[in-house]
Design a protein around this ligand. Structure first.
Ligand code: NAD
Length: 378
């Protein structure tokens, strides 16, 4: 494996998360060369320089195009607002760089299709930031399902709720602009769909509904602006494996901080997981004496790899940023030709098509089939 030169675009919430992952991955795993943190791009040169110092990058630029063109950069982390993803990812792929792009792929499905076409044309690795699928306990749930521990799965429910937009007086920012996408659907729905994808595969058809809890929000310099996105979305769905499902999303759910509540019901048992308690999973298996049946709690431990790479002791817990470090290790492996647990543009497009189908369904008030064929443009 060769040491990768890293370029990071954006240093907000996710930019810092990527930077921490690139800084830590070699120390945590011990089996990959230490990446070189070659260059960082921000919206201005001044901010880029400050962040490069904080996050350990060698050089800084206020022009992301120069980062993408830089010969010292092999892989580009794209952590800017959604509207920038297509332009930045396509430019990076065309410059012969691998790409690690935050979710969602793009605001418009046509742009996501162009990103996929660029990934194919480049032959480079193009991966998406679906960190929640990296939790070792998601792997445990997948194995439990595959091994038939809960029998045939017939119903799945996922609720994703946070309260960062619950206050009607919260300032208007990019997540309320139509340029960021549909709203909760692109922001949260793609995460729920990423979990469905790794646990069960694709979605066949959907029936969606989207709602705006608040019509406008205050602007920083006074006045108010109409909210253009839907902070609440509810979807009934049918999976390709025949199971039924429900996804409920709310970015304005007071009291919910990072909830992704997953319930998987099968003919012999049930699995329950909540991201707010991300180090435990509940398993119910309908066997043995009925009066002794009940959920049991499984805590993360070194025998849930790669937990062992972080900690030798069970029950001490992984955190959100650690999922990104695991994702980073998977990406490095994929670039080196290893099999990796990642959602790349090829699989990510299925998530984007499902989002598009849900939005169309919500606007048209009917069930919509999710397109399964592979359509490339450009
Ligand atoms: P943010 O607003 O915190 O950060 C965005 C950063 O991009 C800012 O630092 C901004 O200055 C920078 N930026 C904007 N325009 C730029 C330009 N032209 N050149 C360089 N930098 C520029 O946003 P965020 O919450 O970090 O979200 C960024 C992306 O990450 C979004 O696509 C979002 O959906 C995704 N996200 C993913 C997760 C996850 O769990 N995987 C969580 C949160 C956000």
């Amino acid at each position: 494996m060769k040491s990768l030169g890293v370029g990071l675009i954006g240093t907000g919430y996710m930019g810092k998360c990527h930077a921490l992952a690139w800084n830590a991955v070699a120390s945590v795993f011990g089996d990959v060369p230490r990446p070189r943190l070659a260059m960082l791009a921000e919206a201005s040169q001044e901010l880029a320089e400050t962040k490069a110092r904080e996050l350990g990058f060698e050089r800084a630029t206020g022009d992301w195009r120069s980062l993408v063109a830089d010969p010292a950069v092999d892989v580009v982390s794209i952590t800017t607002p959604n509207a920038f993803h297509p332009e930045m990812a396509i430019a990076a792929l065309e410059a012969g760089k691998h790409v690690w792009c935050e979710k969602p792929m793009a605001v418009r499905l046509t742009d996501a299709e162009r990103m996929l076409a660029a990934a194919h044309a480049s032959g480079k690795v193009a991966a998406l930031g679906y960190n929640y699928i990296q939790n070792p306990l998601v792997g445990l749930m997948r194995r439990a399902i595959e091994e038939g521990r809960i029998g045939t799965v017939n119903h799945v429910r996922i609720e994703m709720d946070e309260d960062f937009m619950a206050d009607p007086e919260e300032l208007f920012y990019w997540k309320s602009e139509a340029t960021s996408g549909h709203g909760a659907l692109d922001d949260f729905g793609v995460h729920a769909l990423s979990l469905l994808w790794v646990l069960f595969g694709g979605v066949a058809r959907v029936c969606g509904h989207m709602a705006k809890p608040y019509v406008d929000r205050p602007l920083k310099n006074g006045g108010r602006r109409a909210v253009e996105t839907y902070d609440i979305a509810t979807t009934m769905l049918e999976l390709e494996n025949g199971a039924s499902g429900i996804i409920c999303l709310n970015r304005s759910a007071w009291g919910r901080k990072g909830r992704i509540f997953v319930q998987i019901f099968g003919s012999k048992g049930t699995l329950v997981y909540d991201q707010e308690r991300m180090n435990e999973v509940q398993l119910y298996v309908a066997e043995g004496a009925r009066e002794e049946q009940g959920f049991r709690t499984i805590l993360t431990a070194p025998h849930h790899p790669p937990y062992d790479k972080f900690l030798p002791a069970p029950g001490h817990g992984l955190g959100f940023n650690e999922l990104k470090i695991i994702e980073c290790r998977q990406l490095i492996g994929r670039i080196a030709g290893e099999t990796a647990r990642l959602i790349d543009f090829e699989n990510g497009i299925r998530i984007e098509r499902t989002v598009d189908a849900i939005a169309r369904s919500a606007h048209e008030g009917r069930w919509v089939e999710v397109r399964r064929d592979r359509v490339l443009t450009g």
